[in-house]
Design a protein around this ligand. Structure first.
Ligand SMILES: [Zn+2]
Length: 115
């Protein structure tokens, strides 16, 4: 009885974490793009989706996916050094949106570490 309850608790906990994570990755960028870049929201949203490519650095890790692991400072493109490079990108008009998308990605992954 108790065991079953615990199992469901963990399962729903993991599900809500999953939902929070992916809504941050997909839904928030949509509103951001739509409200701040109304005319070119599709391009901006596309850049946000492409920022997820930095998750390719997970392929370097072993195991590739570990739900208990914090990505920040574990994977090279999720390190503070990488964050510093993304922050530098904020200062140039051409790279600004990409930099915002990448930093938002890191924030999302960072929140995940505390859920
Ligand atoms: Zn990530």
């Amino acid at each position: 009885m108790l065991l079953k309850k615990t199992y469901f608790y963990h399962k729903s906990f993991f599900m809500s974490k999953f939902i929070v994570h992916y809504s941050l990755h997909f839904v928030v960028p949509f509103f951001f793009a739509y409200f701040f870049f109304r005319e070119k929201w599709k391009i901006v949203y596309g850049i946000f989706l492409l920022s997820m490519l930095i998750d390719l650095d997970h392929l370097l890790a072993n195991p590739i996916f570990d739900k208990g692991r914090c990505s920040i400072n574990f994977h090279p493109l999720h390190s503070y050094i990488a964050a510093g490079i993304y922050i530098t990108g904020l200062f140039f008009k051409k790279t600004r949106i990409i930099a915002i998308a990448l930093l938002f990605h890191l924030i999302t992954d960072f929140i995940d570490c505390y859920l």
